[in-house]
Design a protein around this ligand. Structure first.
Ligand SMILES: [Zn+2]
Ligand SMILES: [Zn+2]
Length: 448
């Protein structure tokens, strides 16, 4: 039995052994290429420095004017906190809540935990409630949307550029810096190292064998800390290292995903038919639907922005709904495509989903910014709430789909996966690995 740590791939369920990794190296699943473990250079110092810088950038971006807007002799400058306040005093409490979560609550929670954990570890202490914080970090990572918001800001500006002149405040640039820092932080946090320092990994069950699926050995890999656990069917099963609830397969994954998809389709109809915003000025009042907004941009000759909005608001949600429906229907049936192809489809679906929030942010920002009384006034309409709900529900649908189901049909038809490239499978029971350097060379430089 090898003493190398074992990992269960969260996407295809294959059990593999991870060889020792040097800085900036990562180990990928030999079957589906999902990243199993990655070593970061100076993870504590780097993450701490980035997180402190990000908090400073975020506080700066909330404290000063974000955008100034002048039309017909009236000038108006708003900060991000003003934008949220304006939305919450109007009839847009839901939009205000979404904006507040995305801009402040979740990033602050995330950064606060990164700072507390890494400071404690650098001082050779165990952070209080460290395991709970590490688990929470993992769960809220998907909901960081500062980068999507920034694109939403740029699109809103293009939309009102023909009506008014725009100026960027200090906060806007601070927010751009914050977006870059957030991207770097999510790459610099070395989860595996953090778990190892907090709670050394227990030895895997003696019967765990590499090159086979976990389900076939009654094992379950922890989705949060990576530990390989024995799985007992008769009772709820929890990770023996971090306490996370374990599932061999997410329960009723296909049914839950399908239910969420059906609701999304039903909401997509009002999202497309109902107006998303009303623009009132001295001489006219126009209401815009999602498609109407795209056509208006085309009319003004803003082709790239029209393409972005069309892609984000129409193509991506529809493609995502169709892809998830197709994946759900095909689970457990003879497959026309190889699992690798379906896996790529699933990963793309999961990755692009949040970008559909662009239009929601555009309307929220315009409704907060363009408030010049009778001169010009933008208000949000019910269509945008339906649209936001579609985006969030399809994101949850993608998360509730269990990608391991894609591989199960192939596994039942006798493993398609070829483990023949092992040097000596009888002698050393470890499947092969591709060691790949972590792509972000930038992340290395930041911590120096
Ligand atoms: Zn895999
Ligand atoms: Zn765990």
């Amino acid at each position: 039995m090898s003493s190398l740590p074992l990992r269960v791939c969260h996407e295809c369920d294959l059990v593999s052994a991870v060889p020792p990794l040097a800085c900036s190296e990562s180990a990928r699943c030999p079957r589906c290429q999902h990243e199993l473990m990655a070593r970061k250079r100076a993870p504590a110092q780097q993450s701490l420095a980035l997180a402190i810088a990000a908090v400073v950038a975020l506080v700066t971006s909330l404290a000063f004017p974000f955008i100034s807007f002048s039309a017909r002799g009236i000038e108006r400058a708003i900060s991000l906190t003003d934008a949220v306040a304006i939305l919450s005093t109007g009839n847009y409490t839901l939009l205000a809540v979404v904006l507040w979560m995305v801009l402040l609550l979740l990033p602050m929670l995330y950064l606060g935990m990164v700072i507390v954990i890494h400071t404690a570890l650098l001082l050779d202490r165990r952070p209080p409630r460290g395991m709970l914080m590490l688990r929470t970090l993992r769960h809220i990572e998907h909901w960081m949307m500062a980068d999507v918001f920034l694109i939403g800001v740029l699109v809103s500006l293009v939309k009102i550029l023909s009506l008014a002149s725009i100026g960027f405040g200090v906060s806007f640039w601070a927010f751009c810096l914050f977006v870059v820092l957030m991207l770097l932080i999510t790459r610099s946090v070395d989860r595996d190292w953090l778990w190892q320092v907090m709670a050394p990994e227990p030895t895997p069950p003696a019967h765990a064998t590499t090159g086979r699926t976990a389900v076939s050995q009654k094992l379950a890999g922890c989705p949060v800390c990576g530990t390989v656990n024995d799985y007992h069917h008769h009772e709820p099963c929890y990770c023996r290292r971090c306490g996370e609830k374990l599932h061999m397969r997410r329960r009723h994954s296909v049914q839950k995903t399908l239910a969420l998809l059906v609701v999304s389709v039903l909401l997509y109809i009002p999202a497309m038919v109902l107006p998303i915003m009303t623009v009132s000025s001295l001489n006219e009042t126009t209401t815009q639907t999602v498609i109407g907004g795209v056509l208006l941009l085309l009319d003004h000759g803003d082709y790239p922005i029209a393409a972005i909005i069309f892609l984000a608001s129409v193509v991506i949600p529809v493609a995502k709904l169709l892809a998830l429906f197709w994946l759900c229907i095909k689970v457990g049936r003879p497959q026309p495509w190889r699992p690798e192809v379906r896996m790529t489809l699933y990963r793309i679906t999961e990755f692009i989903g949040r970008w559909s929030m662009i239009d929601v942010f555009v309307v929220a920002l315009l409704a907060a910014l363009v408030q010049l009384g009778v001169l010009m006034h933008v208000s949000a309409e019910p269509g945008i709430i339906a649209f936001g709900a579609v985006v969030i529900l399809t994101m949850i649908a993608a998360m509730s789909f269990d990608p391991r189901l894609i591989w199960d049909a192939a596994d039942h038809a006798d493993l398609e996966y070829d483990v023949s490239d092992k040097n000596d499978p009888e002698h050393d029971n470890i499947s092969t690995f591709s060691l790949q350097p972590v792509v972000a060379g930038k992340a290395q430089d930041m911590g120096q």
